[in-house]
Design a binder for this molecule. Structure first.
Ligand SMILES: NC(=O)c1ccc[n+]([C@@H]2O[C@H](COP(=O)([O-])OP(=O)(O)OC[C@H]3O[C@@H](n4cnc5c(N)ncnc54)[C@H](O)[C@@H]3O)[C@@H](O)[C@H]2O)c1
Length: 318
């Protein structure tokens, strides 16, 4: 597998993945509707293409052995919970056109980036809800437009594998964070938003947290995510695998960790109304461990240090 396509290569995970794969000696084509915001891409070729359009997907997948399909209209809770139609339309078009163009161009292996949002909300109603296993996605009741679009794409990969012979890999990410991710503008996720708020706060000030802050999540550091992606791609497991950390924390707990890392004194939390998503979500990595003999290992308190430092420097410089 020498020639790889990374879609969403101008985004957070895609940009890191291009750098990693290039380091492993692969030839990389990066495709996105925008270039990376904070750094230059290492891709051999970087094409600005709108992957909602079939002809652009044909061009993107030409002469490619393996696809890492990461492109998506994407954001944190605030964005996803107020743009269901837009997100479902854009991503359903991207997902089906990219997959079908890959088939048409004879791509051998195709990895799709799915999400923990495919799991039913009914299994995540308590702060200590059981960690989510891959099988828990059915009976299906995913989280809104974003979750449905991801689940339908997962099904499409299964059918394409059975009927057209394309080799498939599917990862379900659980809250990936790290440097070079979106940290403002409305699409940022909780770790980046809290790092930005703390970086902007003064000693003795306060930081807003959406909801009562007792909702729980787990967060996976970007280096683990990228290594996991490549390990999944190299594995022989065609179905969905969780890719996340099993270290659950409340959102208030996450905010307190960031404050501690900042070294600022006397900052208090102000819990305000805002979209919270499900009440409690964590990853069950049993299947991932079984398939890969590996799992993400960066502790949240360690991964947040470079993340906070990077966001703090971005806030300071303007
Ligand atoms: N970051 C997470 O915690 C997380 C969690 C679950 C799933 N995911 C999935 O992982 C993938 C990558 O996420 P990310 O965090 O890097 O998000 P991101 O928003 O940083 O990257 C996605 C990229 O897709 C591009 N894109 C959007 N519409 C496009 C179009 N029409 N044509 C071409 N490119 C387009 C965007 O410009 C962006 O650069 C996405 O599929 C996302 O749904 C991420």
């Amino acid at each position: 597998m020498k020639r790889c396509l990374v879609t969403g290569a101008g985004g957070f995970i895609g940009h890191h993945l291009v750098t990693y794969l290039k380091g492993l000696g692969y030839w990389i084509r990066g495709v996105d509707i925008k270039r990376p915001e904070f750094s230059v891409s290492d891709a051999n070729e970087f094409e600005l293409l709108d992957l909602r359009r079939w002809e652009n997907c044909l061009r993107a997948t030409q002469d490619i052995d393996a696809v890492y399909a990461l492109a998506a209209d994407m954001g944190g809770m605030g964005y996803l919970s107020s743009n269901h139609a837009r997100v479902l339309r854009n991503n359903a078009l991207i997902n089906l056109h990219t997959l079908d163009a890959a088939r048409e161009n004879g791509v051998r292996r195709y990895l799709f980036s799915s999400s923990a949002c495919v799991y039913p909300e009914s299994t995540q109603t308590e702060t200590d809800s059981a960690p989510l296993k891959e099988v828990d996605a059915y009976p299906a009741a995913p989280q809104d437009g974003y979750g449905w679009e991801k689940l339908i794409a997962e099904r499409a990969l299964g059918y394409f594998s059975e009927e057209f012979g394309i080799e498939t890999r599917i990862v379900r990410f659980h809250n990936i964070y790290g440097p070079l991710g979106t940290f403002d503008g409305g699409r940022e996720k909780a770790p980046a938003a809290l790092c930005r708020k703390v970086a902007m706060a003064c000693n003795g000030g306060s930081v807003e947290v959406w909801g009562d802050g007792l909702q729980t999540r787990s967060f996976c550091y970007i280096d683990d995510c990228i290594e996991g992606l490549q390990r999944v791609m190299q594995s022989d497991h065609p179905g969905p695998l969780n890719l996340g950390s099993e270290e659950a924390i409340t959102i208030n707990g996450l905010a307190k960790l960031v404050i501690e890392i900042s070294g600022k004194k006397g900052i208090t939390l102000e819990n305000v109304d805002g979209p919270q998503g499900v009440r409690g979500r964590n990853s069950d990595n049993a299947l991932l461990r079984d398939v890969l003999r590996w799992e993400p290992s960066t502790l949240l308190k360690d991964g947040l240090v470079p993340t906070y430092r990077w966001i703090e420097s971005m806030v300071r410089n303007g």
